[in-house]
Design a protein around this ligand. Structure first.
Ligand code: FAD
Length: 281
């Protein structure tokens, strides 16, 4: 039952926590966390440790497999040969890259590609902006807020990074990070960045007591930001797994199938890396 499953999950979590404590690993369960210079430090440090093995701005164009030579991964005129390949890329990219594989069941393979193409990603823009403290009457004494649908706003939510983390902006300023878009913010995605800025400032002004314009702002827009786990998503993922099971050493790890949260992505990647590392070459 769900209760038994829930209890088992709690017990497993408690056991893991105890093991981590034994290893001196501090649990961040549910905690808001970042790094001194921001989250981008995580990929930067991983890349540093991997050194020359990391090739940036290198789009994989094709992937093929033969029982004799394993996988051939091509990008422009570069070719890599590998026995293990991890596709940690968006679903539509997986659909494209598996096109050159020679499946035993072409019909199943094609259905899997359809499922991958159908994974829906909603667009999101994040807008960081700073205000003088006097411009905001709310004390911002929290991590931020989400705007539920009944508020009928396009803004999804706002974080208060300068309240949560140290050294995010000068002491006399507040830093806000606003998210807009998603399913209900489709209209906002048709606006120009300046219009979107005006919209979020206007939508948040009443809640936070904002006066005037931000001192500076910066927008990042992801047209395909967050994969949506809609009803029927998991059977589609299972079908993709079934179709690709015939290809040994081909792994999929991504936010469209193993959990959207960054913590899930890191944990799943770590487990897979350990699993692959433990295999004989
Ligand atoms: C605006 C926004 C806010 C978020 N906020 C939070 C949050 O507060 N907390 C949280 O836990 N999570 C958050 N998330 C979710 C989380 O950040 C993502 O789910 C996670 O980072 C996705 O990791 P990934 O490695 O699966 O995919 P990605 O980070 O999308 O990586 C996929 C990579 O594959 C590359 N790629 C694609 N095709 C190819 C190809 N053919 N060849 C080579 N490379 C290719 C892409 O360039 C990209 O670098 C947020 C996401 C967004 C968009």
């Amino acid at each position: 039952s769900m209760i038994v499953g829930g209890l088992a999950k709690m017990r497993a979590k408690a056991k893991q926590k105890k093991q981590d404590q034994g290893l001196g690993i501090e649990s961040l369960d549910g905690a808001m966390m970042s790094f001194a210079q921001g989250l981008h430090q995580l990929p930067q440090v991983v890349a540093q440790q991997l050194g020359a093995a990391v090739q940036l701005n290198t789009q994989v164009d094709s992937l093929s497999f033969s029982a004799e030579f394993g996988y051939q991964v091509c990008s422009g005129d570069q070719i890599w040969q590998a026995s293990q390949v991890v596709l940690a890329i968006p679903a539509a990219q997986v659909a494209r890259l598996i096109d050159d594989l020679q499946p035993l069941d072409a019909e199943l393979h094609s259905r899997a590609q359809d499922c991958l193409q159908q994974v829906d990603y909603s667009p999101v823009a994040s807008i960081s902006m700073a205000f003088n403290k006097q411009q905001i009457s709310h004390p911002l004494n929290g991590f931020g807020c989400l705007l539920p649908t009944k508020e009928a706003k396009q803004t999804l939510g706002v974080l208060f990074p300068s309240s949560i983390f140290a050294n995010r902006c000068p002491d006399d300023q507040h830093l806000l990070t606003v998210f807009i878009g998603g399913g209900r913010g489709a209209e906002a995605m048709t606006l120009t960045p300046d219009q979107r800025l005006q919209l979020v400032v206007q939508e948040l002004a009443g809640y936070l007591g904002i006066q005037g314009q931000p001192l500076w702002h910066e927008e990042s827009l992801w047209p395909h930001a967050i994969p949506q786990y809609k009803l029927g998503h998991l059977p589609k993922v299972a079908l993709v797994d079934e179709a690709l099971a015939q290809f040994p050493g081909l792994h999929l790890r991504s936010n469209w199938r193993d959990g959207v949260a960054l913590g899930d992505c890191v944990e799943n990647a770590y487990q897979l890396a350990q699993d692959i590392g433990a295999r004989p070459l």
